[in-house]
Design a protein around this ligand. Structure first.
Ligand code: BDR
Ligand code: CA
Length: 314
């Protein structure tokens, strides 16, 4: 299996993504690092710890990273998207442990140094921790196999502003540094996550009178997320953004990608947080990322739901 560290801000779709990762024999999740984003760092860390406890994976270290972005420290999530607690009010049992005292950057360093093979970072939140790793230990960052990240859009697409996606918008200075670092990157942006919507009925395999604790948590979170989407965009289908990034780490063939130059705009008044993706190579600069353009939506949904459904049985 591919050794991975998941950097995340759980977050409803982060939670499902983490479940998919732990349900997948193709991945060996060595650590989880948390970042402020969908909700504050205290919540995202507590949520990660509780989620791993639910999955009976208290053996995997969880460390807290950055609460606020690198430069402009005033980014805030809209607390209706994932609820004030980040899990849409779904209460998970308390974990028997706290966060690893090493903190996110040191845990990332240790995970890379302890691994016999290059580690992949799956980044599901703002890129503050990843940028901090690159700044603190460029030698360690250079040993990464790849960063698979959920963020941005290949074409101009946004969910925070017309031009910016949440994870990039939240800390664009960090994102710019990550894309410029020379590390292989797969960018899973809104172009593809919006092609792979999940309908409430898709989760029917988890609905049973004797549904286990993982299925109940999933259904509660999906229900909250569905209601939010109904109120905000008028459709009950939801994009499981972060799960698609994990799915691409499991099965790269789920998406078609193009190697292109990507920059992040952090100055523009209308476009701060936009990924500037040179799809046609007009800038003549070397590619910095493999950007996902098309996804096999049916295969993705089948993978996500069947694997998550297995968790209560394992
Ligand atoms: C991203 O923003 C967050 O709300 C989600 O967890 C996902 O990582 C989608 O734009
Ligand atoms: Ca996320």
């Amino acid at each position: 299996p591919t050794p991975v560290v998941i950097d995340t801000d759980p977050g409803i779709d982060d939670a499902l993504a983490i479940m998919l990762a732990f349900a997948s024999p193709e991945l060996d999740v060595r650590a989880v690092t948390t970042v402020g984003g969908n909700t504050g760092l205290a919540n995202t860390t507590e949520n990660a710890l509780r989620l791993l406890h639910l999955l009976d994976r208290d053996d995997v270290p969880v460390a807290a990273g950055a609460d606020v972005p690198l430069v402009r420290r005033d980014s805030r999530a809209d607390e209706t998207t994932h609820g004030v607690d980040g899990f849409g009010g779904v209460q998970l049992p308390a974990a028997p442990r706290g966060a690893d005292p090493r903190g996110a950057v040191q845990l990332l360093v240790d995970a890379v140094e302890a691994s016999d093979r290059p580690v992949t970072i799956i980044a599901l939140g703002p890129l503050t921790n990843v940028a901090a790793l690159i700044a603190a230990r460029p030698d360690v960052a250079a040993r990464l196999e790849r960063i698979v990240l959920m963020g941005g859009g290949a074409r101009v697409l946004g969910n925070m502003t017309p031009a910016s996606e949440f994870n990039i918008w939240f800390d664009p200075e960090a994102a710019a540094r990550v894309f410029a670092a020379g590390i292989p990157i797969t960018m899973v942006g809104l172009d593809v996550t919006h092609q792979a919507l999940t309908a409430p009925g898709d989760w029917d395999p988890l609905r049973a009178d004797d549904a286990g604790p993982v299925a109940r948590a999933v259904l509660g979170m999906v229900d909250y997320y569905t209601q939010y989407h109904l109120a905000r965009v008028g459709t009950d289908s939801t994009a499981q953004h972060d799960s698609l990034a994990v799915a691409v780490a499991i099965r790269p063939d789920l998406v078609t990608t193009r190697a292109v130059h990507v920059d992040v705009e952090y100055v523009g008044t209308l476009t701060r947080g936009m990924t500037v993706v040179d799809l046609d190579g007009v800038g003549g600069l070397a590619p910095t990322a493999d950007v996902a353009l098309q996804v096999d939506a049916d295969a993705f949904n089948a993978l996500l739901i069947s694997r998550v459904a297995e968790l209560d049985r394992s």
